[in-house]
Structures are given as C-alpha cells and as structure tokens.
Design a binder for this molecule. Structure first.
Ligand code: S3P
Length: 444
C-alpha cells in the first residue's frame, strides 16, 4: 500500500469540457436507511459506492434486510417499519460515517435487544450527545462513553412523540429525530435552525409520510406523524455538490479553463459554496435545472476567474456550505484583500478539526491567517498567489476532505506536496483521482 502521494506539478489548463461526479452521499445513505423501512423492494440508481455508504449498507444487512449492490443500481428489500431482526450482542460499525452513526441511533429506537454502535478513530472522537439527548426523550435508553462511541442503545415499541428544538443547524440531528418519529405513534414537532432538507423532501415526496413543513426566515417548523406504512419506491440519485466543489475550485483557479459539471444536486440548502464563490466574483452558472421529487438538480458551468474579491461573510450561509469551507478558505488565499468568516465551531466537530486544519494548511503555505473570536477566521489573500516549497500533510485522521483539499491546493497553487494516507478519499469520492487525471493532473 502506497504511504503517500506526491504532487509536483500544477494543472495549468482543464482538459475536458464536462464531467459527472458520483451520487450524493447524504441522499445515498438516506436511501439505504429509509428504503429498509418500506414494505418491499426499492431501487436506487447512481448510488454512491464509497466507504461511508458501504458502512450504511453493511449495517442495514446486519439487521436482516437484503441489499443487492449491482453495477448500475442498488436494490433494498424493505421489511417494514418494525421488520429488523435484532440479534443478541449485535454490534454495528459505522466506520468513518457520522451520518450513518447518528441516523442508526434513531432507526434503532425500537430495538428489543441492546445494540452497540462503534466507529473508527475519527468517529470515536465525535459528539453523539446531540442525537442521544432527543432520542432519550422518545424513550430509548443509551449507555455511552460521555456522549462518544461506543454507545449501546436499547429501544422500545412504546416510544412517545416529542417536541424538539434543534439549535445546532445540524441536518443529522434533525433527521435523527424525524426518523425516530416514523416509528412513534402521534405527532413529533421539531423547531430547527436551517440545514440541508433532504430528509424532509424524501418524507414528503417519496415516502408519503404525513409531514408539515413551515420554513420561517430563521428556522423551520416540522411535524411528522408516525407509524404510517411506507410503500416501496425508486430513486435516481443526482451528483454530489460536495464532490463537484473540488473541480469547481480547481477550474476557477486554473487559467483559461471552463468546465461543466452535469446533473448535480443544487438544492438551495446545499449551494452555499456557489453563492459564496459568486460573491467573491467567480464565474459560475447553474442551468438545465429540474425538479426531481422536490430536489433541484442541474448542470454547473464554471470558468477560470482571475480577479477574485475578498469577502466578509456573516453566518447565514454556513450550514449550506458546511462541508466546503476548506475550499472556500483556499479560494480566499487567492483573492485580493482580507476575507473573514464567523461562527464556524461546527467545522471543528467534523471528521477532523477542519477549522484548525484549514488554518494550519494556509499557514504552511505562508498565508497570513488569524483565528478570531466566535470561532471565526481571517485570511489575507493575494491575487497572484503561488507557492513553491515542500509541503507535507499527515496525521489528519484520514479526513477525506483534508486529503482532497490538499490535492486541489497542490494542483492549483503549485509546490512539492507529499500527502499521506492516500486512500482517505474513498470515504466519499472513490473516483476522485481518476477524474482529476482525466482533467489533466498526473497523479499515480
Ligand atoms: C450531513 C449533514 C452535515 C454534513 C455531513 C452530512 C447529512 O452534518 O456535514 O457531511 O447527510 O445530514 P451536520 O448535519 O452535523 O452539520
């Protein structure tokens, strides 16, 4: 197994006209979990075949649900809302996937035997209290290591609906409460700060769950009525904007290039990166927009942009760009002027401490950066910023987005890079290197 990859050459020009990226990770994991609760065979097309999704599949199989993962589709033979087989001493392993771990906690709310959930080194450091707290209110029992994995959940068939105030802006927490509500008689009410709304759209337009959604200016009110049978469904998963984002930024920072990213999920709750980059002056267009079962999918055209401006961002777009901030920081290093971002404490609760890593990588590249009060960051950018030295990225808990960010920094700014743990990207984007090479990179 290769210990690191070396990158010594920038991509000067993007070679291709258009590319696709693999299916959206959030939608792929939600498909696996929710289809397992339906009353029969569900099929997904273009499902993401990455380690996080495979973790979700393996765990749902361990609960007695048949899943066929084929070349072009994934079939899940749902067993109904209460059809899981809970064996004694069952251990589920969520690997690196926070979404899998947190949503599993809720889908196990009826477990009649204790089920243990474990994860890898990175996941074991992450906060599970945020889902344990509301799920306990439903009536589930948890044994946990101070809110961290491993945790053990013992559920109940007599859960009670809850009223919950989700104030982190976390789609995982909101979705965990919504999924527990599916297995609970009565109406569960959630008041939540805005976050990606895939679960709401799936409940409403695909699963036909009785749901009320009231989007206010600063928060959403959601009501879910539980214990309705879910009819089998099919779903075509669009490309993942969080994967597309790496190529958007590479094209933006390259010379005389343009690229179309085809059939990407451009749900308004996910396109913070597009809005922010446009505010910085980036030439990006969304076109061929289509409404598919409530989701908006479309093509993205991005063109190299030489004169990017710095930005003073408030926190209103934070949640819709939460997985893309490392890329936004990289673009800020090539903008004229000082950029500032605030209220990013959630970034340090991801697969690694991404705010701290962003600062570390920028400083390594000799960019002036300060951490500000309220979990913010200020970045002093330079228009013609290029780098030439040697850079080593290691010990980052194999965070897939740190790996991919480092690769894009190397390909767009220059320098001699050694990036360790080169299989990290398989968590979310197994064809990342192959796609980059098709665009003109030469990575072995
Ligand atoms: C996700 C929600 C986000 C995001 C994660 C996937 C989801 O996390 O960072 O990669 O699929 O719901 P939070 O909801 O915790 O912010």
């Amino acid at each position: 197994m290769q210990k690191f990859i070396s990158i010594k050459k920038k991509v000067d020009h993007i070679k291709k006209k258009s590319i696709s990226v693999p299916g959206d990770k959030s939608l792929s994991i939600r498909f696996i979990l929710l289809s397992s609760l339906s009353e029969g065979k569900c099929t997904a097309y273009n499902i993401l075949k990455s380690e996080d999704v495979i973790s979700a599949i393996k765990n749902i199989r361990k609960l007695g649900v048949r899943i066929n993962l084929k070349k072009s589709k994934c079939e899940v033979y749902g067993k109904g809302l209460f059809g899981y087989k809970y064996k004694k001493n069952l251990i589920l392993n969520a690997g690196n996937s926070g979404t899998t771990a947190r949503l599993l906690c809720s889908i196990l709310i009826d477990a009649n035997y204790p089920v243990k959930i474990i994860g890898d080194k990175s996941l074991t450091k992450r906060d599970m209290k945020r889902v344990i707290k509301p799920l306990k209110l439903f009536g589930a029992k948890f044994q946990d290591d101070n809110g961290k994995l491993p945790i053990q959940i013992t559920g109940s068939r007599f859960t009670k609906p809850i009223h919950y105030n989700e104030n982190l802006g976390s789609a995982q927490c909101k979705s965990a409460v919504m999924i527990a509500a599916l297995k609970t008689f009565g109406i569960t009410k959630i008041k939540s700060l805005p976050s990606r709304n895939h679960t709401e759209l799936l409940f409403k337009n695909v699963l036909n769950v009785p749901i009320k959604i009231n989007n206010k200016k600063k928060y959403d009110l959601i009501e879910v009525k539980g214990r309705n049978k879910i009819r089998p469904f099919n779903y075509k998963i669009p490309g993942d904007i969080s994967s597309a984002a790496f190529f958007i930024v590479l094209t933006l920072l390259s010379k005389n290039s343009k690229l179309i990213l085809k059939n990407i999920n451009i749900n308004p709750s996910r396109i913070g990166i597009i809005k922010i980059l446009r505010m910085m002056g980036a030439k990006i267009k969304l076109f061929n927009k289509q409404n598919y079962k409530g989701e908006i999918n479309g093509d993205i055209l991005v063109k190299s942009t030489q004169n990017l401006n710095s930005i003073n961002l408030d926190s209103s777009l934070n949640s819709s760009a939460i997985d893309e901030f490392l890329l936004i920081f990289l673009v800020a290093s090539k903008c004229k002027g000082v950029s500032s971002f605030i209220n990013l404490s959630e970034l340090n609760k991801k697969e690694s401490k991404r705010l701290d890593w962003g600062i570390k990588i920028l400083r390594m590249m000799n960019v002036k950066v300060v951490k500000t009060k309220n979990h913010g960051i200020k970045i002093w950018g330079k228009k013609n910023f290029e780098i030439k030295k040697n850079y080593i990225i290691k010990d980052y808990l194999k965070d897939h987005r740190i790996f991919m960010l480092s690769v894009i920094a190397a390909l767009s700014l220059g320098g001699n890079w050694k990036i360790y743990d080169p299989d990290s990207f398989k968590t979310s984007f197994p064809t990342f290197i192959k796609t980059l090479n098709s665009l003109g990179a030469k990575i072995k």
